[in-house]
Design a protein around this ligand. Structure first.
Ligand code: ZN
Length: 153
């Protein structure tokens, strides 16, 4: 069972990278008591810079990572180290909506006007339909993942 996260609204960057690495990550603007109980039930790890919220959540049995005073980059690094996160190439997630990505067969890709030509692998978000491929931005993603996890994606 893969780890699941909920990050507070201060951590959009962290949420994006957790999703790129394939982790189910919710990103919420507000976290109220009811959400916290749900987190505990679903085993989601709460990542927050709010120490009041952290206290309440811990009291209800939620695993919490308190990020007060850390930069986004430091938070991401902390999560990777503490939970031994890796790039999960078989369970990629949409950076926009957290939906799962599915590989798109080449014949469907050819029919799709939004799809770029000359890419061998294409994925589609099962929820919002956004297309993903390894374009020029992949080099930066790859470098960041190597930098974070110590292994190439
Ligand atoms: Zn999506």
């Amino acid at each position: 069972m893969s780890l699941k996260f909920l990050v507070d609204s201060m951590h959009g960057y962290v949420a994006k990278w957790l999703r790129i690495m394939g982790y189910d990550t919710l990103y919420l603007n507000t976290v109220d008591d009811e959400n916290i109980v749900q987190l505990a039930l679903n085993g989601r790890i709460l990542v927050t810079s709010d120490d009041e919220l952290a206290k309440i959540a811990e009291r209800k049995g939620v695993e919490v990572v308190l990020t007060k005073g850390l930069t986004e980059e430091e938070v991401l690094r902390l999560l990777v180290e503490r939970f031994k996160l890796v790039f999960q190439k078989d369970s990629l997630r949409c950076t926009v909506c957290n939906g799962e990505l599915e590989p798109l067969p080449p014949e469907e890709a050819e029919k799709n006007p939004e799809a770029p030509k000359n890419v061998d692998l294409l994925w589609r978000c099962k929820v919002c339909g956004k297309l993903y491929w390894r374009g020029s931005h992949w080099r930066n993603i790859s470098r960041q993942i190597l930098n974070l996890t110590g292994s190439k994606p």
